[in-house]
Design a protein around this ligand. Structure first.
Ligand code: ZN
Length: 305
């Protein structure tokens, strides 16, 4: 792919994105009047950043998101698979970035969702409209995507934004796979941050066919134990959710994992998961944060802070 072709394709992709919206208003006024790309959570814009140019991660895996929020695309050779979509207003830019690596948005076959919070999922509806891609999520994640908002079983409910719902979501369970050409992506249930949080792994190969350099990449859901101040992980009613959270963190730590892509890249940096044993380090980092959250909750109960 040459630079010139990339630029031309990027322009074509932006046009295709608008036409695919099927709305004259969207074509005339651009994304701001389009309900599916209407900017969301602008007060957190600095915390989420802006998507830059596509960065090659390894083999045919690319990072399209910002340094603060991951959007990952894998080129299977028989279509593209996206993991998370980022913010609703990013959708046209994601289409442009796909063009920069030589693909039309309509090459997108699957969008896998790691969690149904607005920062990772509010762009899914717009990307589906432009591509016809199949969305895949856990059963609990799919319920939120279809509604466009969470319920009280989400620890962050009180501070979340609603977003454009996703009409059709295929559900997947722990250990099941999505196959696209030679690409096999395995789902790993890692609930806790949301009831349906899901992490994903695949084998990536680069280099010559005779001597390929292969590794297992894990796209880990963001597994912080942040709450809206009302939800309590230590509440008896949430005991099952808490034990599922711990099991998911243990599962993440034990994964076959040469490289991790964290939902928020800063978590990989803070946990040392950019080096050896990345998933183990990331799992322990989130487990420590959960312990701290539980300690804070018990301090509140006893009046000690
Ligand atoms: Zn979240």
């Amino acid at each position: 792919m040459g630079t010139v072709r990339g630029v031309v394709c990027a322009f074509t992709a932006a046009m295709a994105f608008m036409f695919a919206s099927g709305s004259h208003a969207a074509q005339d006024a651009g994304a701001k009047d389009d309900p599916l790309t209407k900017p969301i959570a602008l007060e957190y814009a600095d915390a989420f950043g802006e998507p830059g140019a596509p960065r090659l991660v390894h083999g045919a895996t690319w990072a399209l998101g910002s340094p603060m929020l991951s959007v990952t695309v894998i080129d299977s050779g028989e279509g593209l698979l996206l993991i998370d979509a980022g913010l609703a207003q990013w959708a046209p830019q994601i289409a442009t970035e796909l063009a920069m690596i030589g693909h039309d948005i309509r090459d997108l076959r699957y969008i896998l969702s790691s969690e149904p919070h607005y920062d990772h999922a509010s762009g899914i509806a717009a990307l589906v409209r432009a591509s016809g891609a199949q969305v895949v999520a856990s059963a609990a994640g799919a319920a939120v995507l279809r509604a466009g908002h969470s319920e009280r079983n989400d620890p962050q409910l009180g501070e979340l934004f609603a977003y454009p719902p996703v009409a059709s979501v295929r559900t997947i369970a722990d250990g099941e796979t999505i196959v696209l050409g030679d690409l096999v992506v395995t789902a790993h249930a890692t609930p806790g941050h949301t009831p349906g949080s899901m992490s994903w792994s695949w084998r990536s190969c680069a280099g010559p066919q005779g001597a390929p350099n292969c590794e297992t990449i894990v796209a880990a859901a963001s597994l912080t134990s942040r709450t809206d101040g009302t939800y309590r992980f230590s509440a008896p009613a949430n005991a099952a959710a808490l034990s599922a959270f711990r099991e998911g963190l243990a599962r993440l730590a034990e994964l076959d994992c040469d490289r991790v892509i964290a939902g928020h890249p800063a978590h990989a940096q803070a946990s040392g998961a950019t080096g050896a044993e990345p998933c183990r380090r990331l799992g322990r980092y989130y487990a420590k944060a959960l312990d701290a959250q539980l300690a804070a909750e018990s301090g509140q109960e006893s009046g000690v802070n």
